[in-house]
Ligand binder design. Sequence first.
Ligand SMILES: NC(=O)c1ccc[n+]([C@@H]2O[C@H](COP(=O)([O-])OP(=O)(O)OC[C@H]3O[C@@H](n4cnc5c(N)ncnc54)[C@H](O)[C@@H]3O)[C@@H](O)[C@H]2O)c1
Ligand SMILES: O=C(O)C[C@H](O)C(=O)O
Length: 565
Amino acid sequence: MSAIINKKRPLYTGYAGSALLETPLLNKGSAFTAEERAAFNLTGLLPPRYETIEEQVSRCYQQYRSFDDAINKHIYLRAIQDNNETLFYRLVQQHLEEMLPIIYTPTVGDACEQFSDIYRSARGLFISYQDRYNLDDVLRNATKAKVKVIVVTDGERVLGLGDQGIGGMGISIGKLSLYTACGGISPAYTLPVMLDVGTNNKKLLDDPMYMGLRQPRVAQDEYNEFIELFIAAVQRRWPEAIIQFEDFAQPNAMPILQRYRDQVRCFNDDIQGTAAVTVGTLLAACRSKGVPLHQQKVVFVGAGSAGCGIAEAIISQMVAEGIAESQARSQIYMVDRFGLLTEGMPDLRDFQQALQQSAAAIAGWNFSGDYPSLLDVMYCAQPTVLIGVSGQAGLFTEQIIRAIKKGCELPIIFPLSNPSRQVEATPEQVIEWTDGQVIVATGSPFKPVHYQGRDYLITQCNNSYIFPGIGLGVIAAKARLISDEMLRSASETLAANSPLANTGKGGLLPPFTELAALSKKIAFAVARVAMQQGLALELDDNALQQRIEDNFWRPEYRQYRRTSN
Ligand SMILES: NC(=O)c1ccc[n+]([C@@H]2O[C@H](COP(=O)([O-])OP(=O)(O)OC[C@H]3O[C@@H](n4cnc5c(N)ncnc54)[C@H](O)[C@@H]3O)[C@@H](O)[C@H]2O)c1
Ligand SMILES: O=C(O)C[C@H](O)C(=O)O
């Protein structure tokens, strides 16, 4: 079944009676009119009073408010989503700021950890390794004829919470909820996928409630074959679908991206989406500070998928601003668990090699271990930007933050690890330890901080600013691939819309309530670049804008007509 369910034309459906009420994409609950109730055999199956969607939203919001705990609010909202998608999105849209942290980061982290305990009903596709030679049948079981966006995970690196096995499905569901709520992709066209290859999380394996494959993760060769089979099956069933890779662990994230990025419409959100949002936020910070990006020295804590992805994107941006690549690379310092990535450090991954500092660069440094520690780097390199993507809480200690402040009047500090409890330092700490002289952004949402008579808005530098717009742009222009240049245009569009950089007031990025409008702008910019690169349909600006609007789904009920079947 497929349907764009917000177009004004009536929708023809063969569903009726309880089957219609049990189809979340079509269900309207008490909003079925008297005529529809008669035509679709619904009389008696619903309370008699007809309600508008606004009335339904009021009741849901009242019930939502009756829950104290975030996880219970999450469970409640997911239940509405599984019952009536139009109502779910209308409710979320009306309370976006309040509900995003519930359906997405940080609460989605708890939902992933407790996935099997709080499980109510199925959504999306759970593809088990055991079904690998049967994938065409499995994909056919997803009754959606047209899928335009797939978010797929294997659950091995869920936020900063490690291996959550089948619980990773929560992330795919959460990301796609944002695709719809903020990027206007109809829920009829989205599909969350969990590739279950087992888990190495002992707690889950020992948990009698755990619903995934109860075995350790499969070996690398088997894993690679499974991914290959999956991609091929998706190409056969939904050749136009965007595949967003999400929360794959470091050994697989980059190799999978490299293998498929020139073949299919895909991207890795943790590498490329994160890079795009962070460069956009950094550009906004640099503009509001009045010092260009290429003059910054940047220290990363965590040289994984996100860290290295962001670092490479910063280097490209610095080069675009006019400095030599070697110079740009010399201004980036990657600190991982064994210290600064330095020439000669053993066991570096391929994607880390190009980001190591040369022995000559640190020749005059004073440090005692085998490699400079984070604190050594703070003192010796005197950075102006500090980015945390380690997944480890508390790594930005007071000493570290005071060290960066010592060498820089207004440092830019982004503790980006999710969820909130994994953050490298809270915004309160960062602000206090810099005496309020700082530009700060986090990965998870934090409340504004009041410090010495001043209110600091905490910008959420999260890839959710990027992926809905990328999806919308790729769909609107039918782009074949997702290039670095397309992602760079998303960063620039984001930075160009920074309230702080543009007006000297407000957040570094627009509030989430403006995400839908921003996603359309990002979609436009991304699609234009795709066209310039010969990767998409050729459309003039008006036609492109029209396609973006036409593809933007809104949570409104449509009128139904019955088909005979
Ligand atoms: N804000 C966002 O939009 C966003 C996007 C992607 C990832 N993230 C967050 O970034 C974190 C990392 O994600 P990732 O995909 O790069 O994971 P990853 O596993 O690929 O990388 C994490 C890196 O941190 C390193 N690390 C661990 N302990 C360390 C320590 N004590 N000192 C220095 N380095 C240490 C690891 O060795 C690893 O290389 C997660 O918490 C994730 O939630 C945020
Ligand atoms: O999921 C998020 O909130 C952002 C990012 O993809 C992450 O893995 O932390």
